[in-house]
Design a protein around this ligand. Structure first.
Ligand code: MN
Length: 357
């Protein structure tokens, strides 16, 4: 499947030509492995040209234009802004364009509703299946017709983990892995290492990771031995260990276990995953308070019960919630955390505990 190349791009031949015609580009990228790998791919391509690049990490945990350092972009005066793997809503993208006066080139694969603009490349928002686009690196690969390499795989490993083996593109990945004699688990491990930078809240470390990936130049074994990533990973593991051994603060209907977690790290999703693995016949609900600038969350995850219905019911209550059958996550102002926890528990009880599948 190929993306239709929009008219304006076709004039100059390709998106690559469009990029290299710029002299200054601000690149806003998601703080996770896929975002970092995507930024790294662009840096590698553009560094061969005389283009000034400024890399910008949005405020971790937030997904709107207020998370972006717009004054910094204005001061840099780019002639193009590239947004990678970061699902801003259409209105926010418009604000970004209007306040900076620079066009926005968007490359992403998150579920989103976007107008059909020539510089918006989100095949999932354009109606293609999400399983065909497991990462933003995969979208970039297609757009720029790049050969498979470490950074492209890292994006997939970060977003899909071991589940990448269940996607339709797995056979293509497998062929490449066999040729390089790489095991997919090693790529998932690298993604864990790289993701540790944002989990400990090290924004500069996130930016440094772009260059680290470039310097490792497709050498997986060396990347896995990176000291800075490894020590961040150890900090994250210690923090997770600390919380995974605590007792639930409430048990409801003998099915719901409520945990209250406070951390200065961005581990709401990771800790919920660990606890759900430990209590596989229950529904784990984590009320997460970030002890810093981050957002608060209520997460629910289960291996046994279907949580899909609670998403619709909590959306009706006006919550900012996302998820799948096995997981639901509310992002909430910390002052409203207790109320959100209560509403999450009520919503789960309202489902009548329907088993998964
Ligand atoms: Mn992604």
């Amino acid at each position: 499947m190929t993306l239709a190349i929009p008219r304006e791009i076709r004039v100059t031949g390709s998106i690559y030509d469009y990029l290299v015609e710029s002299s200054k580009i601000s690149i806003i990228f998601h703080w996770d492995s896929d975002g970092i790998a995507s930024a790294s791919i662009l840096k590698e391509l553009l560094s061969r040209h005389n283009i000034l690049l400024d890399f910008i990490v949005p405020k971790i945990g937030y997904y709107d234009v207020s998370a972006i350092d717009v004054p910094r972009i204005k001061a840099f005066k780019p002639d193009l802004i590239v947004v990678l793997d970061y699902a801003l809503k259409a209105g926010d993208l418009e604000i970004l364009e209007q306040t900076t006066g620079a066009p926005v080139l968007l490359i992403d694969h998150h579920i989103n509703t976007l107008p059909a603009k020539p510089l918006y490349y989100n095949p999932v928002a354009a109606g293609h299946s999400q399983v065909m686009y497991p990462s933003t690196t995969w979208v970039i690969r297609e757009l720029l017709r790049l050969p498979l390499e470490l950074k492209i795989l890292l994006g997939i490993a970060g977003d899909r983990g071991v589940k990448a083996k269940e996607t339709p593109i797995w056979s293509r990945l497998k062929e490449y892995l066999d040729r390089r004699k790489w095991r997919w688990e090693k790529l998932v491990e690298l993604a864990e290492l790289v993701d540790s930078m944002y989990r400990i809240g090290d924004v500069e470390g996130v930016v440094r990771s772009i260059d680290k990936l470039l310097n490792y130049n497709n050498d997986l074994d060396s990347a896995l031995k990176d000291n800075e990533w490894a020590s961040a990973r150890r900090l994250v593991e210690e923090e997770l260990e600390k919380h995974v051994n605590m007792q639930p603060s409430e048990i409801i209907d003998n099915r719901i276990l409520v945990f209250r977690v406070e951390s200065a790290y961005y581990i709401a999703s990771a800790i919920t995953r660990r606890l759900a693995l430990k209590y596989q016949d229950k529904i784990v609900v984590v009320s997460f308070k970030h002890m810093g600038n981050g957002p608060c969350h209520v997460y629910a995850r289960s291996w046994r019960y279907d949580l899909m219905k609670i998403i619709t019911s909590l959306v009706l209550h006006g919550y900012n919630i996302g998820g799948k059958n096995e997981v639901a996550a509310i992002t909430i102002e910390c002052s409203r955390l207790e109320q959100a926890l209560e509403d999450m528990v009520d919503a789960i009880r309202g489902t009548g505990y329907k088993p998964l599948r």
